[in-house]
Unconditional design. Structure first.
Length: 330
């Protein structure tokens, strides 16, 4: 993997279980090689918008010059006990001394649904099926009319993230016309993760899936894959977490969508180029440096390439979660 360490940005939730910060950890290598990344204007810009924490117990591993650069860039040292870990399958409760929450709690099965939630999820799956099958616009619109919350989230996401058309999108038919079906599929999947108002996992799931999908898209681009494969990489990242979102076996969720052999093979069985990209991102998420190193070598990418991709993916994620918070406050 070379001398430059991989930077692992672990998403943390705040006490309200919303995405609130990242904890910065580093892999093996010459830590001084990270100085160009910290000096890149994109790093302090991200830290200024989203707190970047370093556990005080880990500071001994940082060379003084690097630690000073991280602090100048805006990173914060967090003392022992500030970050609480939960891997429970129930809604976590932070101790009074904890400010931040880490762990896999938001990847647990969804809470028991009531009748209204079950109906909303059924509509969401039906909507996915119609869009994947390139159904008629009026047929898709009719599903949105049954659940205005889904339509509201989609329009808010599309408008907030921007499509470069110089005007606001005010109807689903406009979104289809302006975005095109491929981009519509992207925003639709983002919206499904954002729309779980009664699911305490939803804010962190949205942030997690957004980072995963964007990382995969950027990794495909850096690896020289064409635009269509980059789009598929983004969708593969999103589809890979639909089973967790709906609390169903992933194969069961994907079966009626007729995704095609390439996409379904990558998501379900790790096959092909898309499967390799997904394995790479999953190894990054669990900080498996051995597997990650092999995957980067296969793609002729460096840890610095990956670090910049991660930074850009997290920056892109901020636009999504900030709009979700605006919707919640509306």
């Amino acid at each position: 993997m070379g001398l430059t360490p991989v930077v692992f940005l672990h998403l943390l939730a705040d006490r309200r279980l919303n995405p609130g910060s990242v904890e910065l950890r580093v892999g093996d290598g010459d830590l001084n090689d990270l100085l160009p990344l910290i000096a890149d204007e994109r790093f302090p810009a991200f830290v200024d918008e989203f707190p970047c924490l370093i556990a005080a117990r880990c500071t001994k591993q940082f060379p003084p010059e690097l630690l000073a650069a991280l602090l100048v860039a805006g990173c914060e040292l967090t003392p022992e006990g500030t970050i609480f870990r939960s891997d429970e399958t129930t809604k976590p409760v932070l101790p009074p001394t904890a400010q931040w929450l880490t762990g896999d709690w938001y990847l647990a099965p969804p809470p028991r649904t009531n009748g209204r939630q079950a109906a909303s999820r059924a509509l969401s799956l039906k909507l996915l099926q119609r869009v994947a099958a390139d159904a008629d616009t009026h047929e898709i619109e009719s599903i949105f009319r049954q659940d205005p919350v889904l339509a509201y989230h989609l329009l808010r996401l599309v408008n907030s993230l921007g499509v470069g058309v110089g005007r606001s999108i005010s109807s689903f038919s406009q979104a289809i016309l302006i975005l095109g079906r491929q981009q519509l599929k992207r925003w639709l999947n983002l919206m499904l993760f954002a729309a779980g108002q009664d699911d305490y996992r939803a804010p962190m799931l949205l942030a997690h899936v957004t980072v995963r999908a964007r990382r995969m898209e950027l990794l495909a681009k850096a690896g020289g894959l064409d635009r269509s494969v980059q789009d598929q990489a983004f969708m593969a990242g999103m589809f890979s977490l639909l089973g967790i979102l709906f609390g169903m076996p992933l194969a069961e969720v994907l079966e009626p969508l007729n995704l095609g052999a390439t996409l379904s093979g990558a998501v379900l069985h790790g096959e092909g180029e898309l499967g390799r990209l997904l394995h790479s991102i999953e190894s990054l998420e669990r900080a498996d440096e051995v597997e990650l190193s092999a995957n980067l070598d296969d793609m002729n990418l460096s840890p610095l390439d990956l670090n910049l991709i991660s930074l850009e993916a997290h920056q892109w994620m901020l636009g999504v979660i900030h709009d979700k918070q605006d919707v919640a406050d509306a």
